[in-house]
Design a protein around this ligand. Sequence first.
Ligand SMILES: C[S@@+](CC[C@H](N)C(=O)[O-])C[C@H]1O[C@@H](n2cnc3c(N)ncnc32)[C@H](O)[C@@H]1O
Length: 214
Amino acid sequence: MLRYVKTAAKEALAPVLYKHPPSGLAPERLAIYLTALLERRELPGDVAEVGCNIGGTAAIAARMLRRVENRSRYICYDTFGGFVPEQFSADARTGTTENSRTMFSANSTRLVRKILDLHDCEHVELVAGDIATVAEGLLSPVYSVVLVDVDLSEPTYVALKRFWPRLAPGGAIFVDDCQEDGEWKAQVGYRRFCSEYSLPEEYHFGLGVLHRSL
Ligand SMILES: C[S@@+](CC[C@H](N)C(=O)[O-])C[C@H]1O[C@@H](n2cnc3c(N)ncnc32)[C@H](O)[C@@H]1O
């Protein structure tokens, strides 16, 4: 109930609360992501942000791409209601604190749409669902850049399994929260994927990176 009240209040106050795009990425990681998008703007394929929360990073990145005349689709995948309970519980058993369980739950596609539209990002597409089970038809055949930012180990691992085969030659995937000592276990999912696919682990300021060679 509280979740719905909070979301409704955010929707009503969106023009004031979200006058500036509310990116959840640390500045140095945002810089890396934006640079990767600029460097790959000529590649074929769409851009995916898996875990967009209220769309702050999407608003900055998608607007930047339009300013440099890139016409790719920018697609945000999220539950728009926070963590999937079983996925959160699995990480809670290995140290993620219970307090974080509802962190992103006061959200809705309507709120994110409103925030994106406030920032001239009507073209950003929203796909609601658990990334582990979202229908194949809602994924693009090719992506140039993918940001995986779902915090937890299992959806990170499954997202990588689903997006890696769709990455264009020259494309890159970035996984947020890949630092050893953090609250989040995304790095566990990233490591598991790298090990299974015999890919090298590479880190830049807490982002795990995967490249597909040209
Ligand atoms: C850290 S936030 C994303 C921040 C955003 N990328 C930004 O830079 O502003 C994590 C998001 O992942 C979403 N999420 C968590 N598990 C998910 C899953 N299994 N499928 C889809 N989205 C998920 C949450 O709902 C939340 O909005």
